[in-house]
Design a protein around this ligand. Structure first.
Ligand code: ZN
Ligand code: ZN
Length: 615
């Protein structure tokens, strides 16, 4: 008989819930004493379990009751293990396991004991102990119990031991829904998304947990399109959608820059009255901000009842990335007025905002306050932005001094920020130093190689150009393929560099002919010579007009209604030529174009870009 599902409760015990105070518990205890109930092990067991499971704040009190009880029941002890597994001190579970093994009334652990013990090991990430418990499971003959099996799968997934996970799963003759669901979330969690998908497809029945695990697995492993299509399938099968699934759906939209689908998801949340948790609200703000609709992001932000530091940080990050540095700093003041304590993520936005606006001194003060006021140790990313802050303001000496003063070894990101500044301010010596440092740190950093080779080419130092090119080949440095994503009528289209696969490619090419003609009339000349400090991240030889964002823009012009902004998400940094061309297209075609590249947003409007040429 199961040790947790027994028993008709004493009526008074049904009153115990999470709001029951310690004083009330003591009153119940006293009443049991007066009535002589304390000699009944079953009742005492129920009392202990009742406190442990329903009233976790007073877990210590159930401990006291247990200590005074001569023969605690297995039910009581299992309840204690279960309650401690979820507490802030999961290791205490083992104390009660020990009590079972050494009980005077010869108790022995059952399937519930082991189900909770393996979950404790997962909580503690205790690998060796986990294996010992698994050994005890086999020794005591519980390895075929479905609850223990799902617990083991969960444990090995948390520990990252996928092979053991598979072994447990394969040992199950007829895996039930619980085990299948546990396995889908375990593979999805360990990044074995294809295996998880196969498992998921084979499940005859799927509960919402399995759907959520699969959707969030796709969203997290960089397959947002799959996440969205699975979500649509989930709906068509009439599975109830909750706030957890919607967070994954929004994160997929954010990743793709799919604003239409993001808007649709927002409407869906409102229509179905899905509970607006802080996490869901934050995901919404983040989605609008990263899809480039900052007005809507702020509207949602102000409408949220509950905001935590992540919500504030998402809004601030959006403002900073979209170039609205001053607004970001204003929001920070309001956040402090609201007594929300900033964290490391908040400071990334603050420093970025100072950098965008050119507030070197204020940026330095904020940076200094991180450690001094908030006890936050700056991380590499903070240092990188500080270099950018100096560099962007043209203070290259300040930037290099800052790099030299770093208490940790400067990373490629810090040197990269300096390199970018050198490119902007045409400082060749420092630029060469920076690119050498980057190549030292990251032998495969293609951007730095290209820059270095450009620097030598410019000074007609052809031997060194050859050397750099050869070093690149020897190191196997390859440029990642450029990819731009555009959403049209809720459908996401992906274009790669030189891509001719799109069904409407003929029309795209005609459109591009038209664009080229009008660009030339406006005085545009393609610059095929590497500019002094140009860092091209995409191949150049195959004509500049084949860069993926140009194909995406041409597609946007033929497929979106007039006046609808063209929104593009690009995986690499935008090159000089594409930037220049997009600036001109925004004016010639009178079209707003918003490009999110690897680092920031470019809002092109009427012949100007929000980045003001610095990116
Ligand atoms: Zn380009
Ligand atoms: Zn720009």
């Amino acid at each position: 008989m199961s040790s947790l599902r027994n028993v008709v409760k004493h009526p008074i015990l049904s009153l115990v819930d999470s709001t029951t105070t310690l004083k009330e518990l003591k009153q119940i205890h006293t009443q049991f004493l007066i009535n002589g109930n304390l000699n009944e092990p079953q009742l005492v067991g129920q009392f202990i379990a009742c406190i442990a499971l329903n009233n976790p704040n007073n877990l210590h009190y159930s401990n006291q009751v247990l200590d005074r009880s001569d023969n605690p029941t297995l039910f009581a002890l299992n309840s204690m293990i279960r309650a401690h597994c979820k507490s802030s001190n999961p290791q205490n579970s083992f104390h009660f396991y020990d009590k079972i093994l050494h009980s005077k009334n010869n108790l022995s652990p059952d399937n519930y004991t082991f189900n909770f013990l393996v979950r404790t090991c997962a909580q503690l990430l205790a690998c060796d102990t986990g294996k010992l418990v698994h050994g005890a499971v086999i020794k005591r003959g519980f390895e075929h119990d479905p609850h223990v099996q799902s617990g083991l799968i969960f444990m090995y997934a948390e520990l990252g031991h996928l092979v053991s996970c598979h072994k447990v799963f394969e040992s199950i003759k007829e895996p039930d829904l619980v085990c299948q669901t546990a396995m889908v979330s375990a593979c999805a969690k360990c990044g074995e998304i294809d295996f998880a998908a196969k498992m998921f497809d084979e499940m005859s029945q799927r509960d919402p947990i399995a759907w959520n695990a699969m959707i969030s697995g796709y969203a997290q492993c960089g397959k947002p399109k799959e996440a969205l299509s699975l979500f649509h399938l989930m709906q068509s099968e009439g599975v109830k959608v909750n706030d957890v699934s919607m967070v994954s759906v929004l994160s997929a939209c954010t990743h793709l820059g799919a604003l239409d689908q993001g808007r649709w998801a927002h409407a869906y949340i409102e229509r179905n009255r899905i509970k607006m948790t802080v996490t869901l609200g934050t995901a919404l703000v983040d989605m609008y901000a990263k899809c480039g609709d900052m007005n809507k992001a702020m509207e949602v932000f102000w409408g949220l009842k509950d905001k935590n530091v992540y919500t504030w940080s998402s809004a601030m990050n959006g403002l900073a990335m979209n170039g609205a540095g001053v607004d970001c700093l204003k929001l920070f003041s309001l956040m402090k007025q609201d007594e929300v304590v900033p964290n490391g993520i908040t400071f990334i936005s603050i420093l970025r905002a100072c950098s965008v606006v050119g507030l070197v001194e204020e940026g330095c003060q904020h940076f200094d306050s991180m450690r001094r006021v908030y006890g936050i140790e700056p991380q590499l990313e903070h240092y990188g932005i500080m270099v950018d802050l100096y560099g962007r303001a043209g203070q290259l000496e300040g930037a290099i001094d800052f790099i030299h003063s770093m208490p940790i070894k400067p990373h490629a990101g810090a040197w990269g920020a300096l390199l970018n500044a050198c490119r902007m301010y045409k400082n060749m010596d420092l630029g060469e130093l920076a690119s050498r440092k980057i190549v030292e740190l990251e032998a495969k950093n293609h951007g730095a190689y290209v820059l270095l080779s450009n620097i030598y080419a410019d000074s007609k130092n052809w031997d060194d150009v050859t050397n750099v090119r050869e070093a690149m080949k020897a190191q196997g440095v390859r440029k990642p393929p450029g990819c731009s994503v555009i959403e049209v009528n809720g459908e996401v289209h992906e274009f790669f560099v030189g891509d001719k696969c799109h069904p409407r490619y003929g029309e795209i090419e005609t459109m591009w002919g038209e664009i080229s003609k009008r660009l030339k009339l406006s005085g545009y000349v393609a610059n095929t010579n590497p500019v002094l400090f140009d860092i091209e991240e995409e191949e150049k030889e195959d004509a500049l007009c084949k860069h993926s964002e140009k194909i995406a823009i041409a597609f946007g012009l033929i497929s979106l209604k007039e006046g609808v902004p063209i929104r593009i998400v690009k995986n690499l940094r935008v090159c000089w030529d594409c930037h220049e061309v997009t600036v001109m297209i925004s004016k010639i075609f009178n079209r707003e174009i918003i490009v999110r590249d690897r680092n920031r947003f470019h809002h092109f409007r009427n012949g100007e870009c929000s980045c003001k040429g610095y990116w």
